[in-house]
Design a protein around this ligand. Sequence first.
Ligand code: HEC
Length: 113
Amino acid sequence: MALALALAFGLAACQPAATPPTDAEILQAEARVPADVALAERYQRSCRVCHTVRGQAPLVGHTASWAPRVARGRDALLASVQAGLNGMPARGLCPDCSDEELRRLIDFLVEGR
Ligand code: HEC
């Protein structure tokens, strides 16, 4: 039993979307935009296209999808965005975003506001 649980949690850690978003959560995600106008412009032409759809990318503002990633720390998340990760191109398709802007965009994706 303990082994089965350990295995289950181990596997869960490798599967980011353990709780897939509902249709309502997808609609919520589509409506989210950073309050800051300059950041919103960057978000809408880069992160948004992948992080508001059902797929590999964790949904903006969807806590269950982000929890296992946030547990690794924001610096680790920034490093993934800078270098790219599997389906995500380097700098999340925002080559002109500064590291500071990427940090703010990551905070927005995780918190949804
Ligand atoms: C072309 C699609 C695409 C775009 C554009 C994109 N992402 Fe992603 N992103 C993904 C995918 C797919 C993953 C999941 C990668 C994996 O874990 O296999 C991901 C994962 C992430 C993660 C989690 C990384 C980790 O270490 O777990 C963060 C943070 C992130 N994206 C931030 C951003 C930000 C910020 C932007 C905009 C600047 C952005 N993404 C743009 C597809 C995209």
